[in-house]
Write a protein that binds this ligand. Structure first.
Ligand code: PEP
Ligand code: MG
Length: 580
């Protein structure tokens, strides 16, 4: 069998090689089960019986719907019946069982995927939507071929697999924290979707936005994930496999070399220090953050504490989690971001309306201002934990001064209550804001006067500046961190913060790319916060360049007109300084 190469959006670096696992919640796990030559006829009979049963089931449904709702509504079942009577489908499965000596369900799924794929490519929208009907039919047939207990369940996920899913929510991804997943592949998603971010923090390679990987890949196919280039190779040839194994060894050797940098300062050759800190999703990641020598946590995404559960975390539980991180990171600072729900992050315990455009809807600070009960519980927990280390706090998605004052108003109420209760907290705790919306950039001077620090959230700032959905694979190519408009937004924020004498950090994914970090250092950023595994690569860059070279490069880059021009220019410049 010749190898197939799929191209998607690179989301987390590294290379993985292993068997695939198609994760489709509510779907059957269909193993690649071999059968003996003597079983071929019984396997075909089993398949024919399953198809017959499914047909009878649909026929019965059709009769019921016709009676209850009329002939028009029952018409859809005619299409389902037609598929099940399709001689090509039946013949192909029968031939497949004979030829490959594999179980009926495996061959059936493989062939049905080809049907679904053919439907999804049809120019007629109505016919394209029939792909969902074909999937529905396949579930009905599988029900008769398989044991219902083989239905997917995230908890039963085995180790050492490459997980392939149409869509993986951030909460699904984070629930894999303790499993030894080798890599992630998804049909949808962009480079900075939260699922991609979690893959990075799990330290596994990921490619997202593959469009139809779940159709092209079958369970237990051997696949290579190239997280750097955003490639997936199905059934790789021996040569390709060997080439990737070599590449993997090279990556490991390079990482080992970087290990020496762990305890060295992130300082340019001419003495400019840049604060290098880590992004954190779960308290359990602290040992990894320390291992890579982070000088603190620049972004603690607290919403993950609220996921994969039916209730809200209590004040006590949050207090414990925040204190644990603060203590483990002391004497370094920990920047706790208040709850950022909505967008692509949802929880079971609170119904957040699924807005038409969730990233523009009731998200982040907007949600907290609407639900002061939930917000106050978190603020109390953060303030109480602030005595256990160097905690600072920031609000996500502030759009203007009014919103900041409203949030601070609630914070002051909480502080007053704690004072009245004689509960200790750090009275000097710094309160900053994330700058991730153009309106915040445009009013940055005023915001800086009432904030202790800024942290630029470029993942969102890019999507809101360029009007490019960060989770949509169809527009992923338009998501350009080097777009001149984005660079101007960043520069304006840094200047506004510095004019008011406050610290300006950046905690979007941009910070973790040495090329872009070079530009940011030249633009005057004070702090870069990133996934722990990216720290040493960025530190290596900082220790190899002079501030004045970075400044000159940034100045020249800002005179260019397209994102591509900027990227090419900084690449050429950085190559002059970085050791090979
Ligand atoms: C950002 O938007 O850049 C950011 C760091 O926050 P998040 O990715 O959690 O939205
Ligand atoms: Mg954000």
């Amino acid at each position: 069998m010749s190898e197939i190469v799929l191209k998607g959006v690179p989301a987390a670096p590294g290379i993985a090689y292993g068997p695939s696992f198609i994760l489709d919640k509510g779907e059957f796990i269909v193993p690649k089960r071999a059968i003996a030559h003597s079983e071929i006829n019984s396997e075909i009979a089993r398949f024919e019986e399953a198809v017959n049963n499914a047909r009878h089931e649909i026929q019965a449904l059709k009769t019921k719907i016709t009676k209850d709702m009329g002939v028009a509504h029952a018409k859809i079942f005619d299409a389902h019946l037609l598929v099940l009577q399709d001689a090509t489908l039946i013949d192909e499965v029968t031939a497949g069982i004979k030829k490959n000596k594999l179980a009926a369900e495996y061959i059936f799924v493989k062939i049905i995927k080809k049907f679904v794929e053919a439907f999804t490519k049809l120019p007629d929208e109505y016919l394209r939507e029939r792909a969902a009907d074909v999937s529905d039919i396949s579930r009905r047939v599988l029900k008769y071929l398989m044991d219902e207990s083989k239905l997917h369940d995230l908890d039963s996920l085995q180790d050492d697999l490459i997980v392939v899913a149409h869509e993986l929510s951030p909460s699904d991804a984070v629930s894999m924290y303790n499993k030894k997943i080798k890599g992630f592949l998804t049909d949808i998603g962009g480079r900075t979707s939260h699922t991609a971010i979690i893959a990075k923090s799990l330290g596994v390679p990921a490619v997202v936005g593959l469009k139809d990987a779940t159709l092209k890949i079958n369970n237990q196919d051997t696949v290579i994930v190239d997280g750097q280039k955003g490639l997936v190779i199905i059934d790789p040839s021996v040569e390709t496999r060997d080439q990737y194994i070599k590449e993997q060894h090279k990556i490991t050797a390079n990482l080992e070399k970087l290990d020496d940098l762990k305890n060295l300062p992130a300082q340019t050759l001419d003495g400019k220090s840049v604060c290098i800190v880590a992004n954190l999703e779960l308290a359990a990641e602290v040992p990894v953050v320390r291992k890579y020598g982070a000088e603190g946590v620049g972004l603690y995404r607290t919403e993950f504490l609220y996921m994969n559960r039916l209730d809200l975390p209590s004040e006590e539980e949050q207090y414990k989690a925040y204190s644990e991180v603060a203590r483990a990171m002391a004497p370094f600072p920990v920047t706790i971001r208040t709850l950022d729900l909505g967008g692509d992050k949802f929880i079971s315990s609170v119904q957040i309306p699924h807005d038409m455009t969730p990233f523009l809807g009731c998200r982040a600070i907007r949600f907290c201002l609407e639900r002061p009960d939930i917000f106050k519980t978190q603020l109390r927990a953060i303030l109480r934990a602030s005595v256990h280390g160097r905690i600072q706090m920031m609000y996500p998605m502030i759009c203007g001064l009014g919103e900041l004052r409203q949030a601070n108003g609630i914070l002051n109420e909480v502080k007053t209550a704690l004072r009245d209760e004689k509960v200790p907290f750090d009275k000097q705790m710094k309160v900053g804001i994330m700058i991730e919306v153009p309106s915040a950039v445009m009013t940055a001077e005023a915001l800086a006067r009432e904030s202790d620090f800024f942290s630029i959230g470029t993942n969102d700032l890019i999507q809101y500046t360029l009007a490019v959905d960060r989770v949509n694979e169809k527009t992923a190519h338009l998501y350009e961190p080097t777009h001149p408009a984005v660079l101007k937004m960043i520069q304006k924020t840094i200047d506004a913060g510095h004019n008011e004498g406050i610290h300006v950090a950046l905690c979007g994914e941009m910070a973790s790319d040495p090329l872009l970090a070079f530009l940011l250092v030249g633009m005057g950023i004070d702090e870069l916060s990133m996934s722990a595994a990216s720290i040493l690569g960025v530190k290596r860059m900082i220790r190899s360049v002079k501030l004045q070279d970075a400044q000159r490069t940034a100045y020249e880059a800002m005179q260019l007109f397209t994102g591509q021009e900027v990227e090419e220019y900084i690449d050429v410049q950085l190559r002059k300084f970085l050791p090979v």
